[in-house]
Design a binder for this molecule. Structure first.
Ligand code: GLN
Length: 276
């Protein structure tokens, strides 16, 4: 029970969530920084604050992701606005950003396919103001979030509503990066944890998990500059299959990179040749 008159300090240890989550929800409900929680630990909550906090705690207990409750998530050192129209940015995806940055020439052109919150595109554009960054998504609601994030960080990103390559002209890019939906339909992870609340179309291809990856690998060649890189995030058990798909399309230097957990999480190759 959270009631008016409870102090911030007492609530920090009394709330039913883990300590980090208790603190995040207290900060959010009271509009305080972490330091504010400490300096005001003797302050008692008003009835309105207590009701507001109780609602947040109930939402969390129901399983709603913290990122959606507070509407934010940190990614690549930047604060991203998120809502349930977009996947919550994962630290694993920072690997994809690093790999893209390493391969993007000066004034290079990068395409982020299925940008969601804009995490990849905005991080690249923010780090490399010289780059020409394009981001596309099928979801207009996702593009609204991505645009807000680009504006918030002063990142110059061109946004495009497109079902994968369908609305792209003949233009080419030096790097194409994507974190597409790669979870197979019926995978038990979809009914666990945060994923229950995230947009299904961002998580699963409603097929074997490789359908979106196949579309991207099949079409990217027409939109890559000579020696341009295609970099793809994928599931923990898909690296060998993604490498095989890349090799079948004639990509060179095909390889996979491991995420923070040591799992092959991103695979890619260089578009050196064009298949007849
Ligand atoms: N990395 C997410 C997860 O498994 C899935 C993201 C995706 O499908 N692109 O939690």
């Amino acid at each position: 029970m959270i009631t008016a008159g409870d102090t911030i300090g007492a609530l920090q240890s009394a709330l039913p969530l883990d300590p980090l989550e208790n603190r995040i929800l207290l900060c959010h409900a009271l509009g305080l920084s972490r330091v504010g929680l400490v300096t005001q630990s003797d302050r008692a909550l008003t009835a309105e604050e207590a009701a507001q906090l109780a609602t947040l705690v109930e939402r969390r207990k129901f399983g709603e992701p913290i990122a959606y409750i507070v509407g934010r998530r940190e990614f690549y050192g930047l604060d991203f606005e998120v809502n349930d129209s977009v996947l919550i940015p994962r630290p694993d995806t920072e690997l994809l950003v690093e790999l893209a940055l390493e391969r993007l020439p000066q004034q290079g052109r990068l395409l982020d396919m299925g940008t969601g919150s804009g995490a990849i595109a905005v991080s690249v554009a923010h780090t490399r103001p010289d780059a020409a960054v394009t981001a596309l998504d099928y979801s207009g609601a996702a593009l609204d979030v991505a645009r807000a994030n680009a504006n918030a960080h002063g990142a110059a990103v061109r946004f495009l509503r497109s079902d994968w390559f369908s609305n792209l002209d003949a233009e080419t890019f030096d790097v194409i990066a994507s974190n597409p939906p790669y979870i197979a339909s019926g995978d038990e992870h979809l009914s666990r944890g945060d994923l229950r609340f995230e947009p299904n179309m961002a998580l699963t291809d409603r097929a074997d998990g490789l359908a979106a990856l196949r579309i991207i690998i099949g079409g990217a060649g027409r939109h890559l500059a000579p020696n341009g890189w295609l970099l793809l995030e994928h599931g923990y058990d898909q690296a060998a299959q993604v490498r095989a798909l890349l090799e079948a399309q004639g990509y060179a230097d095909v390889q996979s990179w491991r995420d923070l957990a040591g799992i092959e999480r991103v695979s890619g190759g260089r578009f050196a040749t064009r298949n007849a």
